[in-house]
Design a protein. Structure first.
Lengths: 419, 419
């Protein structure tokens, strides 16, 4: 069979043209297609509108040989994908009695009668392959049109994803172009985008000339830089090996600022380090308001190393709950490294933990002064006898300052544990 | 001037065709266009690819009279939007010396010399209007082509948003079709999607027949339901008034389960209630791991009512930090309403606050038993002398259980304060 060369993705649904909803199915579809070596040439979103949809299908079929559509397969009048695609491809729609009876059974198993409108979901374009839906009533459809194919998937992710996966293992995989495109994300914190870019430039040049070339894109947000690497090779394993080698080279160039080469979040990386050393951690937060601890406890099994935390917004709370001396606050101010250190030690010793974190700062938008502006955050960490503290100046709004401070606090402990 | 009738949005950038990045600029652009009464007919994403981009521009200009593009205006060879659009519209590109000097000054003000590649950003298609960029080097461009217009905006949101806003107040606003499309989100918690839908159905029918008809869509996720209402009227004020009336009717039908009719998040609603009553709150969290407090402190000014919080993962921490009697944990188990109440009272009294929250549960994926399965969470709240407690059974993964529990805890206090 002719392998596909290029795909387009079409998301159908008027809600996807409003200011509050976005098509995210295409991310999963793209990942699966890329693994097969099929690149996505463009993506389109149209509403539940017959004319726009028909037009988008026609345009896509003129430019790619694989079109993957999601959404618009439901039972209501708004759901027009099935009919419009059949029309564009000049196929009649015929009721498939097996589908109708499967939907009927699904309703009856929940003690309900199938509403008549659901019969629409049993209509199949002549010559189409029916794709079973384990998690919903709408079956998917696969229609070949010469060497081109159109795949219709239901919109809900829990219905779409397993259906897409079984296509990858089956008919889609059989028409893969052969070169697997694999991507890997390397996460970096503690340096700027331009410093990262500068350090990486020689590698970029070298990577481009390799037998399995590595392409790289840099994506920066406040507190985090991601390097997205991709490689195309005859097998997934070959691409993986090339990416593994490349990601080691990134670590050599960027050093400790790389905290993850395998997709793990910073809190997972730190959790694994704490488990490996059998350490327990306790946290005292002021301006981050619980975010450091909430991130730590997002990780399954974190109760093995998180004992307790306190959020001490007021000076009284810092004194009462952590034993921070009032005189220390008086002398240095609540936002200072000595107070951050006293907070870290206060929670560490009270919890009987090995690791303590203290964070105190000004998240904004109010509360800043000329000496201590919004975004100034003092962070301290204690790890079995050694301590570290640093004062940061973060930019951005309140939530961004909170995030950057939580990132810097988790990262400070990570750095103390890896060396 | 002829008003625009329909728009298309085109996002340019190869990273937007990978599995890890999505175009979100279109949400903001859509909102602004809708406010002017301009509907979005479709959205397209293309990579940094001259042919695909040219094709997408041609297709859009054949179907709509306003095309808003974002991205691809940077200084590198990858940034081709300016050139491709000029080519499709048959315009020569001419260097604009004022732009070049503005970019040069921007670099010099930071002690740097303008790299030669940035000259590309000073190229302007003949007849185009230049849109100033307060937050970056790439100016936007506005090109009229007969009655159609193409707007080119830079990709970074902090550059794009102010530029789009000034267009709405200026030239875009002048060609608004006159019927403002305004949307409003009503947020609901504490009931299921189908119960909400059932209660709303009579209103939907009535709304459709009004002089200013109200359209509604329901969007449900774990712990939260959103009703998206939209109205189209001769003025923004007219649409706002119709939506205000409709949102009151929703409150009459759904009652206290509506927590926000004005876009405020639950933590903001609760914060405003606490401020209005001059109450201070303290939180004791176990399975939510700091998330309740982190959400409370996401709100600017929350230091006025958040005093302190503790995260007590271990039983020892519950006993030591909150004074929960060991016998109570022994008798009822750590995940129980009596323990949640003791946690709430422990933190409330220690903080000298008026309001206390206690949350204890099993976030999973491990730690569940037959009697106390994953997702079981006991929540208690104390508000100036009155108390409430309840045991919930949440579904979903760890982060979803954490979110639903934080939502239920904040909502419990809200309900105690509004009645």
């Amino acid at each position: 069979m002719t392998p596909y060369s290029r795909a387009a993705i079409l998301a159908v649904g008027s809600e996807l043209l409003t200011p509050s909803r976005i098509d995210t199915n295409s991310l999963f579809i793209t990942e699966q297609l890329n693994l097969l070596g099929i690149e996505v040439a463009f993506k389109t979103v149209v509403g539940d509108d017959r004319e726009e949809l028909a037009n988008a299908v026609r345009i896509a079929l003129g430019r790619v040989d694989l079109l993957v559509c999601s959404g618009g397969l439901g039972p209501t009048d708004d759901d027009v994908t099935r009919e419009v695609v059949a029309e564009v491809l000049n196929r009649a729609l015929v009721e498939d009695e097996r589908i109708a009876s499967r939907i009927r059974t699904r309703f009856e198993s929940r003690g309900m009668t199938m509403p008549d409108i659901n019969r629409r979901q049993a209509m199949v374009p002549v010559g189409a392959r029916v794709l079973a839906n384990a998690n919903g009533t709408a079956p998917g459809l696969w229609i070949d049109d010469g060497t081109r194919s159109v795949i219709l998937l239901p919109g809900p992710p829990r219905e779409l994803k397993p259906m897409m996966m079984s296509l990858v293992e089956g008919p889609l995989g059989e028409r893969a172009p052969g070169l697997s495109l694999v991507r890997r994300v390397i996460r970096i914190t503690g340096r700027t985008e331009s410093h990262t870019e500068e350090a990486m430039r020689p590698l970029y040049a070298e990577w481009a000339g390799r037998p399995v070339p590595i392409a790289a894109t840099i994506l920066a947000s406040l507190g985090q830089i991601e390097l997205h690497l991709s490689a195309r090779a005859a097998s997934r394993e070959g691409a993986d090996a090339a990416l593994e080698a490349a990601s080691r080279e990134v670590s050599e160039v960027i050093g400790l600022d790389v905290y993850s080469r395998d997709g793990r979040a910073l809190e997972e990386v730190l959790g694994d380090l704490l488990i490996a050393r059998a350490l327990r951690i306790a946290v005292a937060e002021s301006c981050t308001g619980g975010l450091v601890t909430s991130r730590l406890t997002d990780v399954p099994g974190s109760s093995r190393y998180v004992d307790r935390a306190v959020v001490t917004y007021s000076n009284e709370a810092k004194i009462e709950l952590l034993g921070v001396p009032a005189a220390l606050i008086e002398q240095h101010g609540a936002v200072s490294e000595p107070v951050a250190l006293a907070m870290a030690e206060g929670i560490r010793s009270r919890a009987g933990a090995n690791v303590g974190i203290g964070v105190t700062g000004i998240a904004g938008p109010g509360g800043g002064t000329a000496q201590k502006p919004v975004g100034m955050v003092a962070i301290a960490a204690l790890v079995t006898g050694t301590s570290r503290s640093r004062t940061f100046s973060f930019i951005g709004g309140r939530e961004q300052v909170k995030f950057q401070a939580s990132q810097a606090a988790l990262d400070m402990v990570r750095r103390m544990l890896v060396v």
